[in-house]
Design a binder for this molecule. Structure first.
Ligand SMILES: Nc1ncnc2c1ncn2[C@@H]1O[C@H](COP(=O)(O)OP(=O)(O)OP(=O)(O)O)[C@@H](O)[C@H]1O
Length: 260
């Protein structure tokens, strides 16, 4: 379980990105974090794996007080938490399988990971992870020869190979066209349901969030203004989360996806 108790995050420049956050996320939930740009979605997600330090309150992941972790403990803790980014974060000039196997040697420098010799067992594990996201046939192809959607699936396979309890996804479909976005969301959903991995996703596409995620957390100006089941989200709630600017957000997303 992930538990935020009166969490505040203030950046060094004085910006309060999160204030008085109280949340409980149980193992196996599929949660979307929505809100306007700058509302604090990324900050919220990144506090969970200590990419950002909180400045007040307490954040616990399975009873581990995240703020108290130090050095090696942080690295060990992060192994249980996969992170997916909008930009995939892959090494594009090497093969798909090598990108996945990188997850087996988290403490080595990247060049060592990529030149490293992997065991047969590790190769099998990587192939299994690729199979789970439907791109086993691409294992020995260079990443730069794949489409955006396929690259995001490689990133997902890399995270799965690490055997995480939680996946944090920071706008995972923001660079994808609408059809590919849905395929990637199908993968997230399947992984969430079949493997009981918690997924906490920061997402701009409200309709997709409502369709795929079980729970919606709406953030406005660093505070939670809605927290409940997707099926309970009304237009009025969306107007509150987005301060009446939802149509503008949708129009800008449509413009972006036309340019993908
Ligand atoms: N490293 C930083 N230093 C100072 N302020 C920051 C930093 N990162 C984010 N902020 C500020 O914190 C607030 C929340 O930012 P955050 O990136 O969490 O929002 P967001 O909802 O994820 O936005 P977007 O949808 O545009 O990614 C914003 O006011 C932002 O300018």
């Amino acid at each position: 379980m992930i538990e935020f108790k009166n969490v505040e995050k203030k950046y060094a420049n004085g910006t309060t990105a999160l204030q008085n956050i109280n949340l409980k996320i149980e193992q196996g939930e599929f949660v979307a974090v929505i809100g306007l740009s700058g509302a604090g979605k990324s900050t919220l997600i990144r506090c969970i794996n200590r990419m950002h330090d909180i400045t007040e309150g307490q954040l616990k992941v399975d009873e581990v007080d995240v703020a108290k972790l130090k050095g090696k403990q942080i690295r060990q803790f992060r192994r249980r938490i996969g992170m997916i980014f909008q930009s995939f974060n892959l090494v594009t000039r090497t093969t798909v399988i090598k990108n996945v196997m990188v997850s087996f040697v988290p403490d080595l420098p990247l060049w060592r990971k990529l030149t490293g010799i992997f065991t047969k067992e590790q190769k099998i594990k990587a192939l299994e992870a690729l199979d789970k996201v439907g791109i086993l046939d691409k294992a020995f192809i260079r990443v730069d020869q794949l489409s955006g959607g396929q690259q995001q699936r490689v990133a997902l396979a890399r995270t799965l190979a690490q055997n995480p309890d939680i996946i944090l996804a920071d706008e995972p479909i923001a660079s994808l066209d609408p059809v590919t976005s849905k395929l990637v969301m199908d993968d997230f959903k399947r992984i969430n349901k079949d493997m009981n991995i918690s997924v906490i996703m920061n997402i701009h596409h409200v309709e997709i969030a409502l369709e795929y995620c079980d729970r919606i957390i709406g953030i406005r100006k660093g505070a939670v203004v809605f927290d409940g089941e997707s099926s309970k989200v009304t237009q009025e709630i969306l107007d509150d989360i987005y301060g009446g600017k939802l149509e503008e957000v949708k129009a800008s997303l449509e413009e972006k996806s036309a340019n993908v």
